[in-house]
Design a protein around this ligand. Structure first.
Ligand SMILES: *[C@@H]1O[C@H](CO)[C@@H](O)[C@H](O)[C@H]1NC(C)=O
Length: 133
């Protein structure tokens, strides 16, 4: 009886944990680790939310359809440019955060990189750079 309850609980919690990852996974390609030390964790988190004039709080995607954008805090700068000339950026916060995590998984947490994130624009993919400024 106890065993049954435990296995039901286990299968329930693992499916709850698996669902958001499966539906929100962003793929990245062309990841290049551009060198330098890891940047400050908190400053990276703030800069990450400054793209497109700000995507903090309840804002769930890039606003205003810009053709390029930067997110800067202190000495940390993210920049985004569509791969296709003339495309506009409309990346969702979920994709943005997942892509950054995937790049850090390759280069190391908070380390400078350049990468292509799949989708995120009116047409095609976006090129993303994280650097120290
Ligand atoms: C961005 O634009 C493309 C093309 O119009 C669309 O398919 C996609 O759903 C949009 N993404 C968001 C987050 O609005």
């Amino acid at each position: 009886m106890l065993f049954t309850i435990l296995s039901i609980m286990l299968s329930f919690s693992s499916s709850v944990l698996a669902a958001p990852l499966a539906t929100r996974q962003e793929t990245v390609s062309n990841v290049k680790c551009t060198g330098g030390n890891a940047l400050d964790f908190h400053t990276v988190n703030v800069a990450q939310l400054q793209i497109c004039g700000g995507i903090a709080g309840s804002i769930q995607k890039c606003q205003g359809a810009p053709t390029s954008t930067t997110g800067t805090s202190g000495n940390v700068q993210f920049s985004i440019k569509p791969v296709q000339a003339g495309a506009t950026i409309n990346i969702s916060k979920g994709r943005w955060e997942q892509g950054i995590k995937a790049a850090f998984a390759v280069c190391g947490q908070d380390k400078p990189f350049s990468a292509t994130f799949t989708g995120g624009a009116s047409v095609g993919d976006v090129n993303v750079v994280l650097k120290q400024v």
